[in-house]
Design a protein around this ligand. Structure first.
Ligand code: ASP
Length: 340
């Protein structure tokens, strides 16, 4: 029996075309993609398509649209064997990370893809990305179960864990990178699936969440940082703070800065330490400049991407958990987003 795949179009370059008046790329409808990739009808699976009512440039992604997308998948979950989401590459890593938290206990694939060049352009990467994503979403084990049972990103011959990935290049076809977790698959003449790296198949029904609290702030440190930024952020009502620190998770240890962080912790605001380095992990015990953060009660984000940390914070705050519980859960892998 051929696999049934639901193709969801949210927007992004893949389906864009030039506005003749301005010359800028604007999202187009799904028909435009299907016409440009007639090969879709040759794939040995049944493909059905749905679309955001108004396809977006992914810079316009919002928590409301995240819930809308998660609902599209939840409402069709029992009707399809796999889901391929066409999404702009700019915020794809955020959306894939958020979907990994909202859609728990997956036993089917949710694969995000897009392209750097629109589908109508001769040298486009859209065709390969889309066709291979559908093939990956259709893969089965001998017992008929899906091979991929997690939220992933497929781009330029590689499949990545969605919540371990970030957009690394605005010009290369190989736009994404997952430095802290191995690729899930590499496609050459053959499909090489890295079975050991795959997230285990969920048992039982999908567990669906839809509460997101996006009232958070991300503050990057830099030499000359003024701690008033932290006080002002708190005054603005922030409920969760992610500090982007240096190297292995280090930050200045002068009195004024330390006091500003202490003020956050005393106010019950969870503070998570994520490094500005994209590769490697936060280790708050390595240097005295990190140790003081540990002593203050700041939680190490370890090797999570900033995209995964932001969406995890929004997800955990949405579950109405206290700051201690949020701090505990941050150190744990909920969906494979962090190395324990
Ligand atoms: N600006 C586009 C978007 O994210 C870029 C892309 O699709 O690659 O929607």
């Amino acid at each position: 029996m051929s696999r049934k795949i639901l193709l969801i179009y949210t927007g992004g370059t893949i389906g864009m075309a030039k506005n003749p008046e301005t010359g800028s790329l604007v999202p187009f409808d799904l028909d435009h993609i299907s016409k440009a990739i007639p090969e879709l009808t040759l794939l040995p699976c049944q493909i059905h398509t749905i679309s955001f009512e108004e396809p977006i440039d992914s810079s316009n992604m919002t928590p409301t649209l995240w819930v809308e997308l998660a609902l599209m998948i939840r409402n069709n979950y029992d009707l399809y064997d796999g889901f391929v989401v066409m999404h702009g590459s700019d915020t794809m890593a955020y959306t894939a990370s958020m979907m990994s938290f909202l859609l728990d206990n997956l036993s089917k694939p949710v694969i995000f893809t897009g392209s750097q060049l629109p589908v109508g352009v001769l040298r486009t990467d859209a065709k390969e990305n889309l066709i291979s994503s559908i093939e990956l979403a259709s893969l089965t084990n001998q017992d008929g179960s899906a091979v991929i049972t997690e939220v992933a990103i497929y781009f330029e011959y590689k499949l990545y864990r969605g919540n371990r990935t970030f957009k690394n290049s605005s010009s290369n076809f190989e736009a994404f990178y997952s430095p802290n977790y191995p690729d899930l698959a590499e496609l050459g003449v053959e499909m090489k699936i890295n079975t050991e790296a795959l997230w285990p198949r969920g048992n039982g029904p999908l567990r669906f969440h839809q509460s997101i609290n996006s009232n958070i702030a991300v503050i990057p440190l830099f030499p000359g940082f003024n701690e008033n930024i932290i006080y002002k952020t708190l005054e603005a009502g922030t409920q969760g703070l992610i500090l982007r620190t240096f190297g292995a998770g280090n930050a200045p240890n002068n009195f004024a800065f330390t006091e500003s962080l202490k003020h956050c912790i005393d106010s019950g605001i969870p503070v998570i330490n994520v490094s500005q380095c994209r590769m490697g992990s936060v280790n708050q015990n390595k240097y005295a400049a990190g140790r003081h953060l540990q002593d203050l009660g700041i939680t190490s984000g370890k090797d999570s991407t900033i995209e995964a940390a932001i969406t995890k914070m929004m997800f955990l705050l949405g579950q109405n958990l206290g700051s201690i519980e949020i701090a505990n859960l941050f150190g744990k892998s909920l969906r494979g987003e962090i190395s324990e």
